[in-house]
Design a protein around this ligand. Sequence first.
Ligand SMILES: [Fe+2]
Length: 384
Amino acid sequence: MPFYHKLGTIPPKRHTTFYKKDKTLHREELYSTKGFSGIYSNKYHLYMPTEITSMSKTSKAGEEVWSDCPFEWRVFHTFKNKKEGDAISSRMRYLYNETCSISTATPTTSCKAFYKNVYAHEMIFIHEGAGKLKSDFGVIEFAEGDYLVIPKGVIYQIDVNTPNNRHFVVECTTAFEIPRMFRNEYGQCAEHAPYCERDFRAPSHLETIDQKGDFDIYVKAGNNWFIHKLNHHPFDVVGWDGYEYPYAFNIKEYAPIVGKIHQPPPVHQVFQTESLVICNFVPRLFDWHENSIPAPYFHTNVDSDEVIYYVEGNFMSRKGIEKGSISHHPTGLPHGPQPGKTEESIGKKETNEYAVMIDTFAPLHSTVAVQSCMDPEYAKSWLK
Ligand SMILES: [Fe+2]
């Protein structure tokens, strides 16, 4: 996160005595990135975070790889799929490579167990539904349009308020960060950035739970799953401070940058990691040059696979797109508006679209979940 935050009670000086009412010590835990050199937070627990009574391997059925997947453009409609479960068990993975996974989730129930992804940071876009993200950093209430950013290693649960949630999930081995171009030399959001610190929501309050017992944490390490049994409730933190914690940002807070002629996707960027960028397209005024073409030009990105998750509105350069559709345009293949869409865009003044785009720097593989809901004719959609 770009700013310092603290919640609860912490001692005035780090790494010093901090006693509980019963005269025993709170347990300080440094939660840090890049060894001891990156951003970090210091948490103060009621119990030692290491009191794990058992660690066992488990498994979670995942989507099979689509092994003979053709190299072509593809659109698939994720709203056709629904899996019962909580925000973690209902995930369906569609695309992945060595550094990231792209999934949707359709939680119908709140999490009963706890969850920790130890190899990947997570970004969960709430397309539909509302609820609470709970962790030992505190509570974040969420609703439609929120991005939830959860750093790797955070133990969390998601409560849902309705059985009709639709989430779009990106897991990445490196952190989701505010793009460098939108920050000044001190890390503050720059004056020209499409958002500022006021738009980011850190956990609002702690719900500290002092309870002994058996608490199952489902730990995901790459493709492997483990159950760690902790002998106390994982949310036993009485206070913390620092720069590394989960947070939320709503897509409707994004103030888009527009121009006299067509602006490229990087102006619409929201997050970056070391292996992908995330942009969002939001309602905005179109270009005002007298001869401008608002629809994008054809383009061949030779170093990126492009994935667009369609949220709502009338997407200007595509036909046959529904809420929850995903287009996947692999690296090296040209793509652009479908026939008629360029001409249709001329003279248009604004768009009401919402979409989230991911450009990955390594090619993506597909799972059979893509096959289950894809449009088989999409690759021919540029032929009149
Ligand atoms: Fe594109």
